[in-house]
Design a protein around this ligand. Structure first.
Ligand code: F6P
Length: 543
């Protein structure tokens, strides 16, 4: 059992890592590869179809052992069990955290407050399947009897990023006759552009909001209702053109959506962990119920792996602990996520909410301010675009940026040499980052002395390469669950609560105060700081 009375940095396991860091932090990856020729085998985990190569990390077997020791001393195993069994680990909101139940098989039993939640999960999944099949087959018609051709998901944060990421990722599995759009921003441009070429008669809106109170989503939903009614005239049309995904039946019915057309979920599903819930309705309509089930299957496999695999071979634990190694010992601030797969173009954006809204915390669960770094900044772009943009800084800049390379052996589209070239690039980048190019090598190539410093690549830039077979729905499920659980593993060690997000509240409150000041017909009395007051006045004058 961890002794939470001992501050994290005072734990012997932490101190051992500090000492180890001092010993190996200067060691170059070139040396690590020379002294351990079996590294590519010993520092690779091949599980669930993911070849997870972490050999190009500034770490040894000893590092992994020490990190695992820290995880164990932090009760990671017990904490995982607590999450999977419905303990109320989201303490500031008094909630269980059971997104893993969303992908549990029908035969599973997960009891929360005396009730098995799994039948409820499957009842909603079946309702989603019936609805998705009707839309896909054209049986679900709009108010004028025309089949639905366009699906617009209105939501933000977890009610948008999961659906949009999954739609983009699995586009190749989607029913191409249907058009999908995603509206999230309160900036009217987002809505206007999303519907610019759509026929209201053929358009279905999914209003996705866990709370059904989020300002952006409700504003867009009201605008969508006006847009639909302007063309369809009859308020009865709403029932055919609007469905809701929410935990708040009362607000859904107040908005005018029949709760028969509502797909529910539960307060034990966090927004950023909700893409397997009814929030995934647009995904299911796009790729079909069978593919959606396959995706859930992938998630579930990773859930089981996280729950049972020893930490030394546990993909999410390893990913989380390696991230922590750089964050807390090397002082790295960010992690770049670099999918060499165009369909994953929204994956980094999705991960930003998942990771940063979860572990961007400055106090531990008991409210004590931390004296160590917590969540890293996640960012990235699909390869090879990033190579011609920001990779320069990763290769030769002054910052240490661990990279996650994600690649697939089989291309979605077989086109000439494209895939070989794509893969050549991802392997080359990881190699160049790790091993660089020495002044000596440049000299031998005849590079002039004055150019040598510019052309030298120091190397020793760490990366993980995740090589999977093919981007299938199941593969996507595994990948997302891998990151979800890596966030959990880190949060467990940092002692923070990854499942609340109080940091987004203040801005919401202040915007609620400022909006009427911007809209007031008479000059409002402004009581903000002088900078904010001046901005408000200038906007009022110029709008
Ligand atoms: O940004 C805060 C947040 O609460 C996210 O955690 C959530 O995913 C998003 O807003 C949307 O919330 P809702 O689904 O309730 O509209």
């Amino acid at each position: 059992m961890a002794n939470n009375n001992v501050p994290l940095k005072q734990m012997p396991e932490w101190k051992a890592l500090e000492a180890h860091y001092n010993k190996i932090s200067k060691t170059h990856l070139r040396e690590l590869f020379t002294t351990d020729p079996k590294r590519a085998e010993s520092m690779t985990v091949d599980e669930l179809g993911i070849y997870f190569d972490y050999s190009k990390h500034r770490a040894t077997q000893e590092t992994i052992g020490l990190l695992v020791g820290l995880a164990e001393a932090s009760d990671l195993r017990e904490k995982i069990e607590g999450m999977f069994t419905g303990e109320k680990i989201n303490v500031t909101e008094g909630r269980a955290v059971l997104h893993t139940a969303l992908r549990a098989p029908k035969s599973a039993t997960i009891v929360l407050d005396g009730e098995n939640v799994v039948p409820h999960v499957h009842a909603v999944l079946e309702k989603m399947e019936r609805f998705a099949s009707r839309v896909r087959s054209g049986q679900w018609t709009g108010h004028t009897g025309k089949a639905i051709k366009n699906i617009v998901n209105i939501g933000i944060g977890g009610s948008d990023l999961g659906p949009v990421m999954a739609y983009e990722a699995l586009k190749n599995y989607s029913q191409r006759g249907l058009t999908f759009r995603f509206v999230s921003n309160v900036d009217g441009t987002d809505f206007a552009e999303a519907v610019i070429d759509l026929e209201p008669e053929e358009t279905l809106f999914i209003v996705a909001s866990k709370t059904f109170t989020t300002q952006e989503t409700m504003t867009n939903a009201n605008t969508a209702r006006d847009w639909a009614l302007k063309a369809l005239k009859d308020p009865a049309a709403i029932a055919r053109h609007f469905v809701a995904v929410s935990t708040n039946a009362e607000a859904v019915s107040k908005f005018g959506i029949d709760t028969a057309n509502m797909f529910g979920f539960w307060d034990w599903v966090g927004g950023r962990y909700s893409m397997c819930s009814a929030i995934g309705l647009s995904t299911m309509i796009a790729i079909g119920p069978e593919n959606f089930r396959a995706m859930l299957g992938g998630f579930h496999q990773m859930d089981e792996h996280f729950r049972t695999a020893p930490f030394e071979r546990n993909l999410p634990a390893l990913m989380g602990l390696l991230g922590l190694w750089y964050n807390n010992f090397f002082g790295a601030q960010t992690i770049a996520v670099l999918p060499y797969e165009q369909y994953l173009k929204r994956f980094p954006a999705y991960l930003q909410q998942l990771t940063m809204e979860s572990n961007g915390k400055r106090v531990t669960l008991d409210g004590t301010a931390v004296d160590y770094q917590t969540g890293a900044v996640y960012w990235g772009e699909p390869g090879t675009n990033g190579q011609h943009s920001f990779y320069q800084l990763i290769h030769q800049g002054t910052k240490l940026i661990p990279c996650d390379f994600i690649a697939f052996s089989k291309p979605a589209h077989k086109l000439g040499r494209h895939h070989n070239l794509l893969m050549a690039n991802v392997f080359a980048q990881a190699e160049a980052l790790a091993f660089g190019k020495t002044a000596e090598e440049l000299k031998q190539e005849g590079v002039k002395d004055w150019l040598i410093p510019h052309k030298t690549f120091e190397g020793n830039r760490p990366s993980t390469t995740m090589l999977m077979d093919e981007l299938t729905p199941a593969a996507l499920g595994k990948l997302v669950a891998l990151y979800e659980h890596s966030v959990f593993a880190q949060g467990a060690v940092w002692r923070v609560g990854p499942f609340d997000q109080w940091g987004v509240e203040l801005g919401k409150v202040l915007a609620g105060r400022i909006a009427p000041e911007l809209e007031s017909k008479t000059d409002p009395e402004l009581k903000h700081d002088v900078s904010t007051n001046a901005l408000i006045r200038r906007y009022r004058k110029n709008k």
